[in-house]
Design a protein around this ligand. Sequence first.
Ligand code: GLU
Length: 506
Amino acid sequence: MESNVRVRFAPSPTGPLHIGGVRTALYNYLFAKKHQGTFILRIEDTDQTRYVANAEQYIIDALNWSNIPFDEGPNKNEKFGPYRQSERKEIYKKYAAILIENGWAYYAFDTSEELDFHRTNHEENGKTFIYNWHNREKGKLVNSLVLSTEEVKKRINSGEQFVIRFKTPADEILEMEDEIRGKITIETKTLDDKILFKSDGMPTYHLANIVDDHLMEISHVIRGEEWLPSMPLHILLYKAFGWNAPKFAHLPLILKPVGKGKLSKRDGDKLGFPVFPLEYTNEETGDVSRGYKEDGYFADAFINMLAFLGWNPGTEQEIFSLDELVQEFDLKRVSKSGAKFSPDKTKWFQQQYMQTKSNAELTDLYLPILTEKGIVKDKEFVQKVVSAIKERAVFVDDFWELSSFFFLAPKEFDEKATNKNWKPETNSLMQELIAVISSIEDFSSVNTEKVIKEFISGKEIGFGKVMQPLRLSLVGKLAGPHLFDIIEMIGKKETIYRIENAIKNI
Ligand code: GLU
């Protein structure tokens, strides 16, 4: 059953979605699902100068890969559409006009040169220029609060450029409530009269955002901390329209792994980790930015990591499936202070998820890699390989490095290890071992281990004298899983072939 909870993720399509944006989307998604509500995607593309054509598709792909798809949005269940602000221009015009009519907004004709002049003038006197109650009606600024109605009409009809500004109350104490930060109080006299409508005929973010949140019946606005300074204006706009405001929750910043400040793409470039969910190609410059998906992260590991950047369940548990996150998520447990991003912790989550994946699932991911290398092996065999190596793997891309010897005889032998372990007497020992192995009938791991160990004991030499050269023969280096498991997997013929090959080449 659907509830009245309706939340939205409202990115501006100005480039690829930063992981901070994905975290905002995730918290909205979790909140919506927890309350059987609706998760909406709205594209806030009113700033034409920063619009990037492939960004919207990137955002949608990123949400889909992260398994947090939207319920309503562009081309999907368009009950409250359109969901692209550039397609809603007429709506905003209507609401701007309502504000003007009610005396909550006014036309301003000041040119940018004039405004620059005021700014410089103020700076020279050690002051900051703020367009608001204390100067808007004094006559130096050109707006409909001081011009006659006739004059305003004349200017607009003659095509003169204008903006529409919000008429912020001069002296009010505004009390606001944030679900994460609690009570916030501000004096309206410190605010400026923000532009609601630009001279290019487009609304600014503030107007469009409020009108859409109202018309789309948004119950909770969950967004990044950088929007906290806009909250007073937004609350005032709701009052001006006579609408009930939604509840607000401002999420903490995601901070750099080292040093101070917000996590940026530059931190990722410097320290070698992606800050985007998916790889992104800048169509103008051709620059390619790395993505978690392409770097080999599982979406569920990535999401689990993101969930913990600013939220915690209040217990020791760290591994949560998406369903469990939905159950546990609570805005009350979102922290006020910034969350430090940790590339190591991100890898740790990936490693944990690697262990929870089934061998069958991992085999399906490994098979195409093997096919590309020209290796044809049945699924059952590959599944056994995966089970033997997965505890040492972080990414599926590590599999080949950890398991190539299950498929191919080593081409090279670790020089340091052979110098140390392949002694003058090793060749003849290995010849004897071949004879022993040839006679083994039951080639199971347990039995070959028993027979070969008996052979070594009978010779009264250290185990290493045979075991190390044997490992070098089969693997090429002193690494890999239990040796007798490898022997069982590759079989008698291949085991003998590899020992002969080592005798010849070492
Ligand atoms: N368009 C804003 C952004 O890009 C949305 C802020 C909000 O959620 O109100 O983040």
